[in-house]
Design a protein around this ligand. Structure first.
Ligand SMILES: *Cc1c(COP(=O)(O)O)cnc(C)c1O
Length: 243
C-alpha cells in the first residue's frame, strides 16, 4: 500500500468536502473521478487497493493497454473506465467494448458510431454531453446553442443513457472567467430541465479549479494531478491546441 497515495486521497477528499461546505452544499453530493492518464497499471492497482474503482482516461489506447494489463492479474479489479478525452469516431468500437461511461460525447456522428458498436456488444452506457463553455478557438465540445436539438437527437439512441453535462473551463488565471464557464454549464442543465430533459450530473472542475466548480454546482470533479502527482507529459500532449 502506498502511504502517499492514501494521504493524497484523504487530503483531496477533505478539500472537496471543505469546498462543499463553503458553498453550503452536502459533501455527499460531489464525487471525485480519479484521472489516471499517463500513470501505469501499478499505480491504478494501488488506487484500487484504496477502494477506488472508476478511472478517467482521455486516450483510447491507454484504456486498452491498462485494461489488458490489469485483466491478466489474478483478481479481476472490476474497474469502470471513464472516457473523458476527445474521441475519434473510428475508435468508438474499443470504447463501446471497454468503457463504462463516456463524458466527451460532443457530436451526433460519434453517438451513431457508439450506438452501432454498443448494440453489437449488447451494452448500454452512461454518457455526458461535453459542452464548449469558453471561446478558446479549438477546444472540443458541443456549442451551447446546439444542446437542446442534440438531446432530442440522442433520444433515438437507447444504448446511450444521457446523464448530464461535462465541460473544461477556460485555461485562465482569472477566477471570474473560469467560474463563468462552470456557471454556463449549470444554466444549460437548468435550461434542458425546463424542456423536459433531466440531466442530474455536472462533471466540471479539475485539480486547479475544482472549488469554483463545486460552488457552481458540480456533482463530479475530475482530478489527476492533486491525486496521482504531476504528469511527465506536458498538457500540450493532450490539448495540442494549447501548446
Ligand atoms: C487531465 C484531465 C483532467 C484532470 O486534470 P488535473 O489538472 O490533473 O486534475 C480532467 N479532465 C480532463 C478532460 C482531463 O483531460
Amino acid at each position: 500500500m502506498d502511504a502517499t497515495l492514501r494521504t493524497r486521497w484523504e487530503q483531496l477528499r477533505a478539500r472537496v468536502d471543505d469546498a462543499c461546505r463553503g458553498a453550503g452544499r452536502d459533501p455527499g453530493e460531489v464525487t471525485i473521478l480519479p484521472v489516471s492518464k499517463t500513470f501505469g497499471p501499478e499505480r491504478i492497482r494501488e488506487a484500487v487497493d484504496l477502494g477506488l474503482h472508476r478511472f478517467g482516461e482521455n486516450k483510447v489506447q491507454e484504456i486498452r493497454d491498462k485494461a489488458t494489463a490489469l485483466a491478466t492479474e489474478e483478481a479481476d479489479p472490476g474497474i469502470d473506465w471513464v472516457m473523458i478525452g476527445h474521441l475519434q469516431t473510428n475508435k468508438a468500437g474499443v470504447v463501446a467494448r471497454l468503457a463504462a461511461e463516456v463524458q466527451s460525447l460532443d457530436r451526433l456522428k460519434l453517438a451513431v458510431a457508439l450506438d452501432r458498436h454498443l448494440r453489437a456488444e449488447s451494452r448500454v452506457i452512461d454518457v455526458l454531453v461535453q459542452i464548449k463553455t469558453s471561446d478558446e478557438p479549438s477546444k472540443y465540445g458541443l456549442e451551447p446553442d446546439r444542446l437542446l436539438p442534440f438531446l432530442d437527437e440522442l433520444s433515438g439512441y437507447p444504448t446511450l443513457r444521457v446523464r448530464g453535462l461535462m465541460t473544461l473551463a477556460i485555461n485562465a488565471s482569472d477566477p471570474d472567467s473560469v467560474r463563468g464557464c462552470f456557471r454556463r454549464l449549470r444554466e444549460l442543465r437548468d435550461l434542458a430541465a425546463s424542456h423536459g430533459h433531466d440531466l442530474p450530473r455536472l462533471s466540471m472542475g479539475m485539480s486547479g479549479d475544482f472549488p469554483l466548480a463545486i460552488a457552481e454546482g458540480a456533482t463530479e470533479v475530475r482530478i489527476g494531478t492533486a491525486l496521482f502527482g504531476a504528469r511527465s507529459y506536458p498538457d500540450s500532449y493532450y490539448w495540442p491546441e494549447r501548446s
